[in-house]
Design a protein around this ligand. Structure first.
Ligand SMILES: [Zn+2]
Length: 271
């Protein structure tokens, strides 16, 4: 389950060149739908009340639109963390405006603090989205190419870039499924697999794991490549794993926040 130290040691920090903003809508919907189906009854009721009956899937992609509006422009850099080749995940410089790791910690702290007067619905909508983003490898991409946005290549002969294909096109080429079909097909982890995915989870560890995947993607995707079937078949399993990890970890985080009786082992496995 989620690292309790992470949850309870969170401090409520002061809240204060746009990249591609995230998994496409389908990736975010899939993560949120997997999470929703692993919530305990107590967690579901709490979320129902915060979101006025709307589901976390309904809001999974809300932040990608909101970040483009003046009201929420302060969240623009919250979707990613960049690490250049001469840096490590740990020593990469932090943006004053925040990154995805810090933003997840901050929003979880707001939700976890019964005395917080911050807007809980807003924090929840942001959190649901960012737990998806921190599992998209190109959101742990390099600063010097804007998370892969400047790495030009072809995908089935059409001009695009590395970030863009990882937001949507590899996923959509791998399976032409709806988000419910994605969930039904990939949300099949055994209890042992689930335990590994949830072990000692913190946003820092999720980000580091995703950064290592990003490093491998960079190695195997040179600029000006013309990618096609073999690329889709090589990386589709990684996308499946990342969406499943995101969904289970989001459920674990929300259950840990909202259900005092949740002990990780309660994670409901619905097939
Ligand atoms: Zn995003």
């Amino acid at each position: 389950m989620i690292n309790k130290k992470f949850l309870f040691s969170l401090s409520l920090a002061t809240l204060t060149a746009i990249q591609g903003f995230s998994w496409g809508q389908k990736g975010h919907d899939t993560v949120a739908f997997i999470a929703e189906s692993h919530l305990t009854e107590t967690t579901k009721q709490a979320i129902d009340s915060i979101l006025n009956g709307k589901s976390i899937v309904y809001y999974s992609n809300w932040l990608d639109n909101a970040s483009h509006t003046p009201e929420y422009a302060y969240t623009k850099t919250w979707h990613y963390k960049n690490i250049d080749p001469d840096e490590t995940f740990e020593n990469a410089p932090l943006l004053d405006t925040g990154d995805v790791v810090r933003a997840i910690n901050e929003q979880a702290a707001i939700l976890n603090d019964p005395n917080s007067t911050a807007d809980k619905a807003l924090a929840l909508k942001i959190l649901v989205h960012l737990v998806g983003d921190i599992h998209q490898p190109m959101h742990m991409g390099r600063r010097n190419d804007r998370g892969g946005n400047s790495v030009r290549l072809k995908f089935f002969n059409s001009n695009t870039n590395l970030h863009s294909i990882w937001d949507t096109r590899v996923l959509e080429s791998g399976h032409n499924w709806t988000y419910t079909e994605w969930k039904n097909q990939i949300d099949r982890a055994t209890p042992e697999e689930t335990a590994i995915i949830l072990a000692d989870g913190t946003p820092e560890k999720w980000g580091k794991e995703c950064y290592l995947i990003a490093s491998e993607i960079y190695d195997k995707t040179p600029a000006d490549s013309n990618l096609s079937y073999d690329y889709v078949s090589e990386w589709t399993p990684v996308i499946e794993t990342q969406l499943l990890r995101g969904g289970l970890r989001l459920a674990d985080l929300l259950n840990s926040i909202y259900d005092p009786y949740y002990k990780g082992a309660n994670l409901i496995v619905k097939k």
